[in-house]
Design a protein around this ligand. Structure first.
Ligand code: G3P
Length: 218
């Protein structure tokens, strides 16, 4: 299973990549807007691609299929690791098929139902991004949709990879793992939470205290 970092924050990306904790990065316009400032977003995408050895999702902001394809082709031209992210709309699905015809990998985002995920797979999506946390926020059981998508894709041998997104806490990640998603994208805070365990910290403190008390040296 691949773990992506869901951020455009270069410090967080470099930190996680140097610890070999991530296989790629996902971004969206909101995440980009947080860090882009006055700089050119294309430069930021290039820096992200230079910081991690794996796919980097870059989302289009156009609304029509023609414009999404044009924007997507420009984004894909920036670096071989760019995956073009398109929204799960009728135009987005059309753009997905056309971008795939150009051998450009596509992440179909803002997926909230199994039916939508099946349509994205039929449009040739490389990744489908169901938004678990936002479904939970709306009073649904977001992870049930992820499990249904897994069942549907397996039943029809659909190759689109399930990229669980909008994961808000470690429990979400564990549930996604047990369902058998192909990838999960985590905000930096959740990645840090995954690594840490209070018993690890307590155990390490005890080991080091015992070692210090022994007066020995390695
Ligand atoms: O990957 C999608 C993600 O960025 C959305 O997360 O927490 O804004 O619902 P959230």
């Amino acid at each position: 299973m691949k773990i992506f970092l869901d951020t455009a924050d270069l410090n967080e990306i470099r930190r996680a990549a140097s610890a070999n904790l991530i296989d790629g990065v996902t971004t969206n316009p909101s995440l980009l807007a947080k860090v882009a400032g006055d700089g050119d977003p294309k430069d930021l995408f290039l820096e992200i691609c230079d910081s991690v050895d794996g796919p980097v999702s870059a989302e289009v902001v156009a609304l029509t299929a023609d414009e999404m394809v044009e924007e997507g082709r420009r984004l894909a031209g920036l670096h071989p690791n760019i995956v073009v992210k398109v929204p799960l709309t009728e135009d987005g699905l059309q753009a997905c098929r056309r971008l795939r015809d150009h051998q450009i990998p596509v992440n179909v985002t803002l997926c909230f139902s199994t039916a939508q995920a099946v349509l994205a797979a039929k449009a040739g999506a490389t990744y489908i991004s169901p938004f678990v946390g936002r479904l939970d926020d709306a009073g649904h059981e977001g992870m049930d949709v992820v499990a249904e998508i897994r069942t549907a894709y397996d039943r029809y041998d659909m190759e689109t990879q399930i990229l669980a997104a909008s994961l808000r806490h470690p429990r979400h990640v564990l549930e996604a793992v047990l369902i058998g998603v192909d990838c999960a994208t985590l905000p930096p805070k959740v990645l840090h939470q995954l690594v840490k365990h209070p018993l690890t910290d307590a155990g390490l403190d005890a080991f080091l205290a015992d070692w210090k008390a022994s007066g020995q040296e390695l």
